[in-house]
Design a protein around this ligand. Sequence first.
Ligand SMILES: *Cc1c(COP(=O)(O)O)cnc(C)c1O
Length: 479
Amino acid sequence: MIFELGSKGRKGYTLPKMQVDERRMENLIPEKFLRKKPARLPEVSENETMRHFVELSNLNYHIDKGFYPLGSCTMKYNPKINENIASSSCLTDLHPMQSELLAQGALSLMDELSEYLCEISGLKAVTLQPAAGAHGELTGLMLIRAYHENLGNPREKILIPDSAHGTNPASVTTAGYRAVQIKSDENGVVDLEDLKKHLDENTAALMLTNPNTLGLFETQLKEINELLKSVDALLYMDGANLNALLGIIRPGDVGVDILHFNLHKTFSTPHGGGGPGSGPVGVSEKLVDFLPFPRINKKDGKFLLESNFPKSIGRIHSFYGNFAVMVKAYVYIRMLGAEGLRRVSENAIINANYLKEKLKDYFDMPYPGLAMHEFVLSGSRQKKQGISTTDMAKRLLDFGFHAPTIYFPLIVSEALMIEPTETESIETLNEFVDTLIGITEEVEKNPDIVKNAPHFTPVSRLDDVKAIKEPNIRFDFEQ
Ligand SMILES: *Cc1c(COP(=O)(O)O)cnc(C)c1O
């Protein structure tokens, strides 16, 4: 801990002596707000501080260090030019309270980005305000409610397939709707019979993760859409994993009414550790009036922010959302162009299917259909030999890989959900395959080495249940 370094009185800064009388300064703050005892702050030199944090950063795992096949998270490599441009002072020096007329560049960038997202998704209009995927979901559900309320009845329930992302039912509940689960069929896509059973005049929408969390494309979109439209229910598509669809299919063209993007996933912003993100929401024609404000409007060659939209759900973020993430997405889209974006998806799909083919003989695979950008293996064969999916995931760490997502989706037992992303080379993929196959061999011949993994990480296996139930993140000086 940094508190254990340094020594009393050591400083990491050089400042001139204060020219103001210290007693006068103290009098500025009322007595009751003053500390009785000085705060216990680390007393370290500049180089001790630097070394401490560099050391910590080396203990961390990140995409710049190695392969990160965490399913449903799109941990791809993010080009550094995005950061260079997003951190340029001509953008970072802008204040959000500045007059629109002095922020024309920023507004035009946001306007153009919205246009690109409309073009990519086939939808009519986009709001850039939501700060993450789940925030986009909540926004989308508020739009669904506003749409139905405008017709006289907000309705009660939202249908969600059992292969949906976990944030979907959470957002539905937060938005005041009831989540009703729809089964997957034996191929891993929506079971149409079960959908028909639950669909009625009280259904506000179906919320479809596509590709679903099994990594499969929902092939029955046309049938699903016809069923929904027969009761005027809307089709929400969770488009967080749009890196499987860019330039191949436009959700708006196949009946999707609302879609959220995850700019931090598909359009390349580093997002380990929880942020910052951006989850724009695109909508079809009939939902445009309900979008949040302020909205950017171009008038007489000027970009202006307008707030007079009587049917709007209002603001869902302070100012305009996470601008820096938008800049990175903009740079990424401009850099790749339409051709490049399509290749992103083609490579994401090829990489996932390559891994799937290479690994299929070594693991159970309950849904063997063609994968999109990710796929799900089951460790149930290994489990019968006494080795769990957790054990294998921990063993991967010993070889310098991040583990895949495990135990999700819930409909696959001992699940390993692998998303290689499009940015990895064939050499890296082969190394990962060889390592994972090597681990299945260890399960046979040397199970203890897997059971007790990891052996070569800075700390060995942690008690993650205790970490969640009794978090203790405060340094105890008395120890
Ligand atoms: C990541 C993800 C989300 C949630 O996005 P956040 O930005 O983490 O809130 C929602 N749906 C799917 C399918 C995802 O992969």
